[in-house]
Design a protein. Structure first.
Length: 273
């Protein structure tokens, strides 16, 4: 369900989370930035599931999502970014946002072999859930960083799982940035060792993580503080109790491993020579 439209001029980008529907003058039309929010929440009952977990009633699970979706960014359509968000957040391709939101059913529901039916029940009463949230964590005239947060609990499991998946979108080049865009082949091979060394100096991670490879699925983001942050999902390099493991560098610290594209992107020409 589409809930709210956020319309901004280029000078109001920092207000994207709070600025509601409005109008833009013709003078500002080419700079217009528009976001729309989409939400969905449904509860399903898994038929004949109660006896599997020793319960007196059938198990219920909740699907819930809330996505802030870009429509235009500084007057340009954001179709590539939207497609990437839908693919990563909902595993859906080739559909409009409305179609994707309405058709999405989480793996908590779909991976069961039991029949399911929608029931009228408060999401807070469901035994299991998958909650997906999509938010903007960094936004400049050159860059938009999007975070997909997923919280999942399967009925009967010992623990739930919370993951963070990041998308870095260059508005300048109209492309999703990958680690191979930013780092040379040698840099990519050296990064796991550098990340492990950096993590060993962080009190929360010392003697707790074992980093031997890059984050799965190119999971990194460019922070509003100007850092390159490598994000490992829970249990990817450490125990479940650590949650997501994040290790950050300023680009100049890795300048020897950056591609010419990254040198230009981070404006590091002076120290790369």
């Amino acid at each position: 369900m589409k809930n709210k439209t956020h319309i901004l001029s280029a000078g109001l980008c920092l207000a994207i989370m709070s600025f509601n529907c409005g109008c833009a003058s013709n003078d500002n039309e080419q700079r217009l930035t528009v976001f729309e929010t989409y939400t969905k929440s449904k509860v399903y009952e898994m038929t004949d599931s109660g006896h599997n977990l020793g319960a007196q009633t059938d198990i219920t699970v909740c699907d819930s999502l809330a996505l802030i979706m870009p429509v235009t960014l500084y007057g340009r359509q954001a179709d590539m970014l939207v497609d990437s968000i839908l693919s990563r957040a909902l595993d859906i391709k080739g559909k409009s946002v409305n179609e994707a939101v309405e058709s999405w059913v989480s793996p908590v529901v779909t991976e069961t072999e039991l029949p399911v039916k929608e029931v009228q029940l408060s999401p807070l009463m469901a035994e299991g859930f998958q909650i997906v949230n999509g938010t903007i964590v960094n936004f400049t005239p050159q860059l938009l960083v999007y975070c997909i947060g997923t919280s999942t609990y399967y009925p009967g499991a010992a623990n739930g799982l919370e993951t963070l998946d990041y998308i870095n979108y260059s508005l300048t080049d109209n492309k999703i940035l990958s680690l191979s865009d930013l780092f040379t082949e040698n840099g990519l091979s050296e990064l796991p060792k550098l990340i492990a060394e950096q993590a060993s100096t962080m009190p929360a991670y010392k003697d707790e993580v074992d980093i031997t490879q890059l984050p799965a699925n190119d999971n990194f983001f460019l922070s509003s503080e100007g850092e390159i942050v490598f994000c490992y999902q829970p249990m990817e390099v450490g125990p479940h109790s650590l949650g997501s493991v994040m290790v950050a560098f300023y680009p100049y610290e890795l300048v020897s491993y950056l591609t010419p594209y990254a040198i230009n992107f981070f404006d590091l020409h002076d120290i790369s020579d």
